[in-house]
Every structure is written in C-alpha cells, then in structure tokens.
Design a protein around this ligand. Sequence first.
Ligand SMILES: C[S@@+](CC[C@H](N)C(=O)[O-])C[C@H]1O[C@@H](n2cnc3c(N)ncnc32)[C@H](O)[C@@H]1O
Length: 596
Amino acid sequence: MASLFEPVDEPNRLYYGDNLDVLRRDVDDGSIDVVYLDPPFNSNRAYNVIFAQHDTYDESAQIEAFDDTWHWTPETDATFTRLLSGGIPAKAADALAAMRTLLGENDAMAYLVNMTPRLVDLHRVLKPTGCLYLHCDPTMSHYLKVLLDSIFDPRNMRNEIVWKRTTAHSDTRQGLVQYGRIHDVLLFYSKSTKWTWNPIYTEYDDAYVASKYRYEEAETERRYRKDNMTAAKPGGDTSFEWRVKRRAGVREWVADLDDEWQTPQPGTEYRGVAPYKNRFWAYSRDNMREMAEAGRLIHTRTGMPEYKRYLDEMEGVSLQDLWTDIDPINSQAQERLGYPTQKPEALLDRVVRTSSNEGDVVLDPFCGCGTTVAVAQRLNRRWVGIDITYIAVDLIEKRLQHTFGETIKDTYEVHGMPRDVAGAQALFRQDELDFERWAVSLVNGTPNEKHVGDRGADGVIRFVTDASGGTGRAIVSVKGGKQIGPHFVRDLLGTVETQKAEMGVLVTLTKPTRGMIDAADHAGTYLWPVNSQRFPKIQLVTISELLAGKRLQSPPTLTPYIKARRMHVPAEQLPFDLLQEAKAKPSKRKPGAVRR
Ligand SMILES: C[S@@+](CC[C@H](N)C(=O)[O-])C[C@H]1O[C@@H](n2cnc3c(N)ncnc32)[C@H](O)[C@@H]1O
C-alpha cells in the first residue's frame, strides 16, 4: 500500500484533455476500483471560476471555466449514428434510440449522446468488484439511470442517493408555484454482484435516542437501553432456568452466580426465571453468566434479565440513501476554492471510503477542481483525474501542493500539458484561449475573463506593495503567433499606463526581436516601495525560458486562486467522528444556497 508522499510504482495521474480520448487511450480495462463522476448536468449555464481578490470577492474577477450548454448539431447527429452502428453495446444503443424517439433532437438529447460513450468506457475500465457513482440532478437523472441500466444491468443498480445540497428557499413568497428543488442525485452502480463495501455509520437522531436510550447510569451518566434477552427460535443451550436472588429489604434481583439457591441463605429469596411463553433464551447460560459478571444484566421486578446496552458503545445507524448532513460549498466554506460546482470533501470522503480500500484506484473523469483527487490522496487511495479545462487542472495542482506540500509533485504525473515549445505551439493551434490561460499561469498570473483585442491584457499578476496589505499589478500580455514586433511592447506600455498598473509582462512563443528588446529597455523601471528595489517596467519573456525555469524580475507575487485551507480532517478519522466534530462547532452563519 502506498503511503501519502512515497513515489508509487504506478504514479497517480492527472490529465488535461477530453475524458473520452483519455479513457480510450490511457485507462486499461478492469483497472479502476471506484469511479465518481460529476459531469455538467445540461444546466445551460457557463460556469465561472472566482479568482482570489485578496480579501474581497469581486464579480469582475470571474472567468468562465466551462460551459454547460449542449446543442443538437450535425456533429451530434453523426455521433448518434456512429454509436448506433456498433459504437456501443446493443442495449445501450436501444436505450439511446428510444430516448431520441421520446425527446427528439434537442439539447437534452445532445447531452445524452455525449454522455453515453463515456459511460460505456467507464464501465469498461472498472474492475469486476468496482463501483460507479454518477452525480447529477433531477433534470437528467431519470434519463441517465436508464442509460446506466442499459450498460450496467438493472440488477447492478445499488442505490439512488439523494443529497440535500442546499437549505430550503422561501421562493414561494417570490411566486414559485412548485416545491423547492434542493437535492442532487447520486446513481450508485456496481459492475457485478460482488463489490467493495465498507459500511459507514452515522449518529442516531435525537428522537431515536430519546425514545430508545431512556435510562442514564447515575454514577457515569452513560445512557443505555434495556434489551430483551429472549428469541423466537431455539438454538443450543437456550431453554434453561435463569436463577436470581434478592436479600430481604432489597427490591432488585441479581443473578445467583455462585448457585447459592442450592444451599439457601436465611433472609434471601431465590427464583428461577424461564423465557416468555413460546420463546427461548437468545444466549447460552455461560454467555449470560459472563454478561452478569460484567455488570451488563439488570432484572425486572419479576426477575427477568435484560441486557444493558450503552449508547456510547453503539456504532450508530448504518448510512441510508438520504444524505442531509453534508453542507454544500457555500461562500463561507473553509475548503472553497472558487471553482464552480465544487463538491464538498465530506461527500467524496463517504463515496471513497465506502467503495474502496487503501491502495485502490479512484477515477474522476470530470474532476473539476479536484475534490475527488484530494480526498483519494488523503485516504491513501491511488487516483486518476481528468478535466478538459485548463484552469481546473492548474487549480488541482495548486490545491494538491497547498494541501499536501510541494513533495507531492513527485507522486503524480500530469499529462496533456505543454512540456516544451512544440507542446505549447500545439496548444496554441488547438485553443488560443487555453494557451493564453496556460501562459498566464506560468507567470503566476490570473487570466482575464475574455479574449480582448491586441492592445488588451490577457492576465494580471498581483504583488504586495506595503505592509498593510496594499497590492500592485503587472499586466500580462501573451502572444502566440509568429508575427511579433515592437508595437506589442508599446501597446503593453500604453495598457499599463491607462490601467494605472505598475508593470507589464509580455510572454511570447517566438523570440523577441531586437526592436522589441530596445522598446522594453526604454520603458523605464518600477520602484517597489517595500525596499526601493527597481524592476523593469516592461519585461519580455519567452515560453521556452519559462519552461526552462526562468523567473520574472518582480516583487513576490500573490497566488491567483483562492487558497484551499489545509484539509482539517485527519486521515484516520471516521465520518462519524467528522460529524460529531462538525456538530461541536456549529456555524453562526446560515449556509447559503448553491447555484448549479
Ligand atoms: C460539475 S464540474 C466537476 C466539479 C468537481 N466535482 C469538483 O468538486 O470540483 C464538471 C467538470 O467537467 C469538466 N468537463 C466537461 N466536459 C469534459 C470532458 N469531455 N472531459 C473532461 N472533463 C470535462 C468541466 O471542465 C468541469 O470542470
């Protein structure tokens, strides 16, 4: 089993790319123990990432991370035809065809066409004992369940878990004429009839405790219940008389453990107690004697023994399919990273613990800001994470390093990120916006919300300017094309001045020309008030230099993402304890509604 920071034989893997390509190319058949997927739900929204504004959250600091909008296009039609011509198993093809008849050609159907081949591949990569959790909401859960039935077999449908993801809204007063929608759904399937299962127990609710554990031991204040010791069926030594005694003037019966009744003591009453009519003792005489010696038996007025069951010795109630005890990531959540649709670690903790063991492999093919990955790492599972958005992958790396320390870098591989100039050129050709975001992140900057014109900035680096928390800005401009010249430097200088920023950084794929270097040299310097150090007002740096480890000449920069606090849940702690801990520190704030 791999320990947290040891490099493992097979490193954990983080992929930047489309999960269908990655699954088909890089994930072996039967290699995964548990899959958790939280795909976009067809909610018709573009999700924004909130970048750290250093103490304030500013709407303008949001950038679009991924788009949850699906449309039926000629390409969708072609994919549908391909899937139905042998691209997926026959039952899945039948289910998909039936849905097209039902739904027609619309956004919902486009979403299902997109999801089907991914679900087929996720089934393929699961081990025979593996499980899958598909996180969705009631918009699409009924269609996805039919698809999963067709791929996994309805007999392998284990649960439909309902997670209460937000508190009740009072939207009725604002005119809502239906019930509030406050839950998500997790569809839980096993690949076969044997699967990994580590049950989780939660606290009994207060009403149950009040009605069942009604007694309290005066000396210890321990709560207990009295359990009947008879059973309907006989088995072994279960039809004996239980001997009890009591001294004159004492009300309570006690077990006659030394068989005094055979030579009765004066002033002592003896009695043999039989099980109730048509019933038998549930335990052998020896077992009952052991319980009595341990002080675990009490007797009724008739001398009938009852077992003293302490509340604090109970594991709790095994977890059911209604989860109302996990708060969403609201704006005050400790673990909030600002990634849209970020899920709480406690939710993933439950999934990962229940359906895998240490050393097992957890896969999240839509891993977002890496909640599953971080939880798997903490619980000593191996993991594979995939996301198609550059920001997500970048954020996961920062989350892992911030949470587990720098050395974690040696335990996982990142695939799909440019490692050299050729890779950067390929990314530029494939997606200019992602290229710009990647280049901005190389200089520890925050990417801009949208593509802007040539004179504009692609990102901003923030740094401290004084001890009271003041910050300065360096505008980052990225140029991926081959056509570059001094006018880019002059444009950047103009932008720095109009935006009243302190500095500018021009990142290029191509080597800067002599004219560019001269223009930058003549742009002047910035005086950092902290120690009167001077930095070039405009700096030029190439992707190749950055990949080789070159650092900018600048004051220490601030992290671009909202920082994840270190995980506060120790690995060995059970969720039961986690809940108790959470209850011990009730939040003063009302958890806010989370938008999906
Ligand atoms: C709902 S979010 C997941 C949030 C995640 N559970 C978390 O806690 O951060 C869905 C993610 O799927 C990613 N995504 C969408 N389509 C994808 C694809 N084809 N391949 C890989 N990732 C994809 C999006 O970039 C987004 O980060």
